[in-house]
Design a protein around this ligand. Structure first.
Ligand SMILES: N[C@@H](CCC(=O)N[C@@H](CS)C(=O)NCC(=O)O)C(=O)O
Length: 218
C-alpha cells in the first residue's frame, strides 16, 4: 500500500524532524518529501508548489494525511494532530497537562537558542547564553525526574519536540549537556528505539538549520 502521509520540508532537520521522528517511532511508512533550497538558496522547488497544495496557510513543514483528507501546516499543530491520531497525548489528565506545559517550555527554550544563533553578535551572545544554559537544562531535568519519558513512563508527542531541542544543545555545548544524566538518558532512550536507530542510520548526519553560524550535523 502506498504511503498515506506526506511530510514536506527542506532537506534538513529543522521544524520537521520532531514530526518525522514521531512517525518513525510509530513505524508509519510516510513520504519524507524534501525540497531543495537550490543553488541560489531561494527554494524555488518549494515556491513552485507552495500555493498548489490546498493548505490554508501555505508553509513548511506541512503534513498531508490523504486517508483523512487532512492537509495542515504549523509544526506544533501537526504534532498535536499526530498525537491524537496515534494516542500519544498522554494517558492521564496529569500527563496531558505535563505535555502541554513542556511543549510551550520547549518552545521558549528553542526561541532562546535561535535568538542566540541568529543574533548579529553571535560570539558575545553565545557566551551569555551558555551562562544561562545549565539552569535551563536543570529545570527540564528536574521536570523529567525519574520518569522514563518527559511526561511519564509512556511516550507522548512532546518527547519528540524535546528530543530535537536536547540534541541541538548536546552538540552546541556537550560539556554542559553531559552534566545532566537524566537528559543524557532521555536522548539515549529515544535513540535506542529500533525504528529511530534504523532511521538515523539510514539518513546519516543532517544539518539542524539551513543557514547561519550553526552549521552542525547530527
Ligand atoms: N510557525 C511555523 C513556521 C514555519 C516556517 O517558518 N517555515 C520555514 C522553515 S523553518 C520556511 O522556510 N517556510 C517556507 C515559506 O515561508 O514559504 C511552524 O512552526 O511550522
Amino acid at each position: 500500500m502506498s504511503s498515506q502521509i506526506t511530510v514536506g520540508y527542506w532537506d534538513f532537520r529543522g521544524l520537521a524532524e520532531p514530526i518525522r521522528n514521531l512517525l518513525v517511532f510509530q513505524g508509519v511508512d510516510f513520504v519524507d518529501k524534501r525540497y531543495s533550497k537550490g543553488a541560489d538558496g531561494k527554494g524555488q522547488e518549494w515556491l513552485d508548489e507552495k500555493f498548489t497544495l490546498g493548505l490554508d496557510f501555505p508553509n513548511i513543514p506541512y503534513l498531508i494525511d490523504s486517508a483523512n483528507n487532512v492537509k495542515i501546516t504549523q509544526s506544533l499543530a501537526i504534532l498535536r494532530y499526530l498525537a491524537r491520531k496515534y494516542k500519544l497525548e498522554g494517558e492521564t489528565e496529569e500527563q496531558k497537562n505535563r505535555a502541554a506545559v513542556l511543549e510551550q517550555q520547549v518552545y521558549d527554550l528553542n526561541m532562546n537558542f535561535f535568538r542566540t544563533i541568529f543574533s548579529p553578535d553571535f560570539e558575545k551572545n553565545k557566551a551569555e547564553y551558555l551562562k544561562t544554559l545549565p539552569d535551563q537544562l536543570k529545570a527540564v531535568s528536574n521536570f523529567i525526574g525519574s520518569n522514563q519519558y518527559s511526561t511519564g513512563n509512556s511516550v507522548t508527542y512532546v518527547d519528540f519536540w524535546l528530543y530535537e531541542l536536547l540534541v541541538k544543545l548536546k552538540v552546541f555545548s556537550p560539556d554542559i549537556f553531559n552534566q545532566f544524566n537524566v537528559l543524557v538518558s532521555f536522548v539515549d532512550r529515544l535513540e535506542s528505539n529500533k525504528n529511530i536507530a534504523a532511521w538515523r542510520k539510514k539518513k546519516g548526519p543532517q544539518k539542524f538549520v539551513g543557514f547561519g553560524p550553526f552549521q552542525v550535523e547530527y
